[in-house]
Structures are given as structure tokens and as C-alpha cells.
Design a protein around this ligand. Structure first.
Ligand SMILES: [Fe+2]
Length: 191
């Protein structure tokens, strides 16, 4: 990767240490995720070629990625994940927060929050929290419920490559239908 520095001045281990420290002191609210996002950007810029680190992982969108940090029962997991162009993920939520930083390529990324009272099973009203195109070094977060709904896909003609940090086991919660204003439980799979 032409823009990737080979010299590592901030490692995955250092990043994981810092994330644990931030969560320990601030939990996982918006301010904590801002701080974590800054560190994730530093990891992308200073952590060497992350696409060659860790162990191979299967992505939910069928493109092979990498696990950089994954501990059973851990508070979070870190991966290198690819999303293809022209194949938006469904609008979905996760059970916990997440932060991502683009390593290479471009991504359209939209975050919604639920603004209904969540008292009507299968019905959901969503409002956009953030929406835009991300490029290398850009960071975005989704949050613990209700601001935990999002959709993403690559712009252009090649996959987007992300450093993706997800709270808990990264599992999805719901899949939403924007037109119908409905949702259903997500199949059990990550990202
Ligand atoms: Fe997701």
C-alpha cells in the first residue's frame, strides 16, 4: 500500500492497552469513543501494514479480513474488515458500540438512532445521526443503543478496507426496513 508506513510507532498491543484504559476510566459514552477513535486513527497511521497483521478472519460480507485482537468474553474486538462496492449492508444495529477508521478506499457510512419508544415490537422509527463518505484516516462511531444503527458500503470500484473496533462480541441486534418502518432480529453473525 503506497501510503502505508512500514515503521511501527504505535502497535496493536499499545492500542489495546489504551482502549482498556479509556473504557476503564470513562466507560463507552460518546467522549470515550471520541478518544478511542483518535487512537484508532493513530493505529492506522502509525501501526504499519495492519492488513498483514493478526490472523485471517472471514468477513460477514465474504471478503477475507484479519483479526487483530479477539479474546473470548472480552470487552471489544479489533479487525481489519473489507466491504465491497455496490453491495450496501442492510440497515442494522449491533448490541454494542463500534468505531471504525478507513485504511484504504472510500466508504459511505450512515448512522441512525431509534427515536421511537421501542414499545411496539417489530416497528422502528429512525433518524440520521451522521452520513457521509469516508476516506483514509477518517473515523466514525456508532454508539450503544439507541444510536447503534448503521449501513455501509464502498464507493468507487474497489472494496474499502477498515480498522474496525466493536464492543462486546460485535454481534448484530436487528435488521431494519426503512421503507416499511419495521425491524426483525438479525441472524447470529458479526459485523
Ligand atoms: Fe455493522
Amino acid at each position: 500500500m503506497a501510503t502505508q508506513s512500514e515503521k511501527i510507532t504505535y502497535s496493536v498491543d499499545e492500542f489495546v492497552f489504551d482502549v482498556k484504559d479509556i473504557i476503564g476510566q470513562q466507560s463507552t459514552g460518546p467522549r470515550a469513543l471520541d478518544a478511542i477513535g483518535s487512537n484508532l486513527r493513530r493505529l492506522v497511521m502509525e501501526g504499519g501494514d495492519l492488513t498483514k497483521q493478526g490472523v485471517e478472519a472471514e468477513s460477514s460480507v465474504g471478503l477475507p479480513g484479519r483479526w487483530l485482537h479477539r479474546v473470548p468474553g472480552g470487552d471489544f474486538q479489533l479487525s481489519v474488515t473489507y466491504f465491497p462496492p455496490d453491495k450496501p449492508t442492510p440497515v442494522h444495529s449491533h448490541n454494542r458500540w463500534g468505531v471504525e477508521c478507513v485504511i484504504d478506499g472510500e466508504e459511505r457510512f450512515t448512522v441512525w438512532e431509534r427515536i421511537d419508544d421501542q414499545g411496539s415490537a417489530g416497528k422502528a422509527e429512525l433518524k440520521v445521526v451522521s452520513d457521509g463518505v469516508m476516506t483514509r484516516g477518517d473515523v466514525r462511531a456508532w454508539y450503544d443503543p439507541p444510536k447503534n444503527v448503521h449501513r455501509q458500503w464502498a464507493q468507487g470500484d474497489k472494496p474499502v478496507c477498515l480498522a474496525l473496533l466493536m464492543g462486546g462480541d460485535g454481534s448484530r441486534q436487528h435488521i431494519f426496513d426503512l421503507d416499511k418502518g419495521t425491524y426483525e432480529d438479525a441472524p447470529a453473525r458479526p459485523s
